[in-house]
Design a protein. Structure first.
Length: 176
């Protein structure tokens, strides 16, 4: 059956909301770990790059939480059969997304000289997070969890696209 533009938009919105919910959980992990590290073990004057180390550690933990949530919920119908490859692709996209957040933090902290905890949180956990999230959602949706890459046949619930007509067809989703 062909789906309408409205159905595609609703599907996109649903996926976006799920991605946002998973991201919110990842944000809580990232924010909490970053601030715990930044105000405790990485607060010392001996640790000049403390904010960067804290951000790397907190983001890696958030990436793990996000992969599980996105794999088993947001993009569950498009999971790849090759879990290791999917995980590596997810990690690669997530690391670039982390790099975006770290670049924002680095620029604010070391170039602009905004070194307070509030400034570090705004640059790393607001600006960097938003830019990184847009990048990650796009690549997760169209590369890592792309329906055409799941390895399942179109009759098993994967969308098939006719390049001649532009029609999208859906089949009943398989039990997982």
């Amino acid at each position: 059956m062909s789906i309408t533009l409205k159905q595609r938009l609703l599907s996109f919105l649903s996926q976006g909301l799920k991605f946002g919910a998973v991201g919110a959980l990842g944000f809580v992990v990232d924010f909490t770990v970053f601030n715990l590290l930044r105000t405790t073990v990485l607060d010392s004057a001996d640790v000049h790059a403390g904010p960067i180390y804290a951000k790397v550690i907190s983001t890696v933990l958030a990436i793990l939480v996000n992969w599980l949530g996105n794999r088993y919920w947001t993009f569950s119908e498009n999971r790849q059969n090759h879990t290791a490859r999917e995980g590596l692709e997810f990690l690669a996209v997530s690391l670039v997304g982390m790099g975006i957040g770290i670049a924002c933090l680095w620029f604010s902290h070391y170039v602009l000289g905004y070194t307070s905890l509030l400034a570090d949180n705004i640059s790393g956990n607001v600006v960097g997070l938003l830019l990184g999230a847009m990048f990650r959602f796009t690549l997760y949706r169209y590369w890592v969890f792309a329906p055409s890459r799941s390895g399942a046949p179109a009759s098993a619930g994967i969308r098939s696209v006719s390049t001649r007509t532009g029609a999208i067809r859906l089949a009943a989703a398989p039990e997982r």
